[in-house]
Design a binder for this molecule. Sequence first.
Ligand code: TYM
Length: 346
Amino acid sequence: MTDQPTPAYAGPERVLSGVQPSGALHLGNYLGALKKFVALQDQFPTFLFVADMHAITVWQDPALLADQTREIAAAYLAAGLDPKKAAIFPQSAVRAHAELAWVFNCVARLGWLDRMTQFKEKSGKHKERSSIGLYTYPVLQAADILAYKATRVPVGEDQKQHLELTRDIAAKFNNDFNAPGFFPQPDPMIQGPGARIMSLRDGSAKMSKSDPSDLSRINLTDDADTIAKKIKKATTDPNPLPEDAADLDGRPEAKNLVGIYGALAGISSAEVLKQFGGQGFGAFKPALADLAVESLAPVSDAMRRFLGDKAEIDKVLADGAGRASEIAEPVVAEVKRLVGFWPGRA
Ligand code: TYM
């Protein structure tokens, strides 16, 4: 990828992130993304969207998509986001995303996209039958971020490569159009204990909406009994938990469960092991199940409450889209000027 030095961006700090409305949210989404958003909304102007344009890169039932979008909005609110602080909106309701994505399609290089591992995973053996949208997905993601000149992008570890591409696109645009410092180099905020939550069935696969086994993940909408059952059935090894966090290496399932406990409790794995080191999973799993239920029940209850009032959610989304457009439209107007498009207004 390109490695051009970019003169410093001098604009304001902004936080932006998005979640796809393509299936039930799980614990990985909550710990890797939503929980981090809540902490940031008090520090910076924050823009959180529902990535419905990304969702349609694979087939989505048109009869369900709008409600799936509302569900993600409800999850944002239930996680503790305040729509007065963070703008919450559907991606498709702010046209700047699509407009900027086209310009970026002409900035990004085919070779850069050929390296994207997520496309390889998602397209599988049938690359030629995948949508072109799935291939250029990371370019739209760069547009999502840079339409707001976002400087901080809280995401889970699986988004790291997309964020690197975003930085490359920003640098190449600034360079190609002789606009040093126009776009920032966004900081992927991946750090933290919840950045990579793994499947409960296989400690080497990430927890994912698309895993065919529902036992592999804890959904935000699971009730207490289901959460307890899934943790009880989680794959483990036969040894007791170690005293030292370094001894979790080579024990992916144990590492994952200790990591989940730490992320939920807001403590490090070392601190979790101070409490549970030397104990077997027979003792640790019930404690983890209690903590998970205690942490997630208020979120799923609130989500249900918000979903009971669709009109209120739609108001939040419309208001958020308006505020988001106010920031993104002038950025795209400036991009069009830099690119040399006809300056008049149709
Ligand atoms: P999505 O919808 O797959 O996931 C939403 C967020 O959840 C994080 N995540 C995880 N974190 C920890 N452990 C896991 N097992 C786990 N699984 C998912 C993801 O990293 C993400 O932060 N491409 C994005 C959506 C997007 C976006 C953007 C994000 C579109 N445009 C611009 C940031 C900025 C996606 O598909 O996320």
